[in-house]
Design a protein around this ligand. Structure first.
Ligand SMILES: [Zn+2]
Ligand SMILES: [Zn+2]
Ligand SMILES: [Zn+2]
Ligand SMILES: [Zn+2]
Length: 351
């Protein structure tokens, strides 16, 4: 009998990627001050692995840039997706695009990684450089945790990714955030004295985020310590009338009475477009959102249009030339190319 000496290669799993990401996060946090260059490279590698884990949870071929071949993939012999390709696949294939905040911070971490790889020598970092690396990583980490706990919760719930344990490794990063917060004391006092409203930052937790009211009940803030941006909406809870905060994440739950509301319920409850028998055919909302790919998530609000799924707002919405649905995105050639909710006129497109 001929022995089969070649053991079949173990096919990589999502857990393998997550295990690797955990290792990279551990060394990135441990090496922050001693080897900042290494830390920056390892940190971004971890982010990329988690994004790839999300793609792979859908199908392994999504991790491969092109010409996916099972045997090559198992051996690790393939060209993997770039950050832009991964973002496009999250949006177009999985229908779960990275939120603007996460995309911006991951992209910035990626650019800094590239700069480190090409132009930077270990040992050059001064205190200011270390502070900005620490704050950027802290922001990237919070964005990652938010994705895993919310939008990708269903995928990561049963995976061995210990957020609490990894979070403890960011203690040194938080010291940098604390130092920056203390250095901003005067600036923050000026903002408060001038009538500005400072709120706790959801990312670094310091009361250093200046709140702006963009439309009635629609708020945004940017943190002066860590640059975290946030948008949210506060409206009376339909059950108990206490303030209900919608962070723009597929529905909202009331902290006071525990009632939970789906996106559809929020849309129905808050949409200010009035439907009568005379305007029935001209009704534009709920419209679709090109920013978050939300379906029927954009409502008429305060003379403007707000997506309840991502709290993006716009002055106008249009109608897609192909599917006829309202949409807040670019619609100029929508008769041919469609909108965020439809593929357009496939026949014309192929001509
Ligand atoms: Zn912050
Ligand atoms: Zn309530
Ligand atoms: Zn949206
Ligand atoms: Zn359409």
């Amino acid at each position: 009998m001929k022995a089969n000496l070649r053991k079949p290669a173990q096919f990589p799993t999502v857990d393998d990627l997550i295990g690797n990401a955990t290792d990279f996060l551990k060394s990135a946090t441990a090496d922050l001050s001693a080897r900042p260059k290494h830390s920056v490279i390892a940190f971004y590698t971890a982010i990329e692995l988690i994004v790839k884990a999300r793609l792979m949870a859908e199908h392994w071929t999504l991790v491969v840039s092109k010409n996916a071949e099972r045997g090559q993939f198992a051996k690790g012999d393939f060209v993997s997706v770039t950050f832009d390709e991964a973002c496009a696949r999250l949006q177009n294939v999985i229908g779960s695009p990275l939120p603007d905040n996460a995309k911006a911070i991951f992209n910035s971490l990626r650019k800094h990684r590239n700069k480190m790889v090409h132009f930077y020598h270990e040992g050059e970092a001064d205190k200011n450089a270390l502070e900005s690396i620490a704050l950027e990583q802290l922001l990237g980490w919070r964005a990652l945790v938010s994705l895993i706990e919310n939008q990708w919760q269903g995928i990561f719930a049963n995976m061995a990714f210990d957020i609490t344990a990894i979070d403890q490794d960011f203690a040194e990063h938080r010291l940098y955030a604390k130092a920056k917060f203390e250095s901003l004391a005067e600036r923050l006092a000026e903002i408060a004295d001038a009538g500005g409203v400072l709120v706790d930052c959801h990312s670094c937790t310091f009361k250093a985020a200046e709140r702006r009211e963009e439309l009635a009940a629609v708020f945004s803030s940017r943190c002066l310590v860590c640059n975290a941006c946030r948008r949210w909406m506060v409206t009376p809870c339909p059950s108990c009338s206490v303030d209900l905060t919608n962070e723009g994440d597929d529905g909202a739950a009331c902290k006071s009475c525990d009632a939970a509301f789906t996106m559809e319920e929020l849309v129905e409850h808050l949409n200010q477009e009035i439907i009568t028998k005379d305007n029935y055919f001209d009704v534009m909302t709920p419209a679709n959102c090109a920013n978050c790919e939300g379906y029927h998530t954009v409502i008429s609000w305060d003379g403007s249009y707000v997506c309840l799924n991502c709290i993006e707002h716009s002055d106008e919405i249009g109608v897609c030339g192909w599917c006829g649905e309202g949409n807040n995105g670019e619609l100029e050639a929508s008769f041919v190319y469609g909108c965020s909710a439809c593929d357009g006129n496939v026949k014309l497109m192929n001509e």
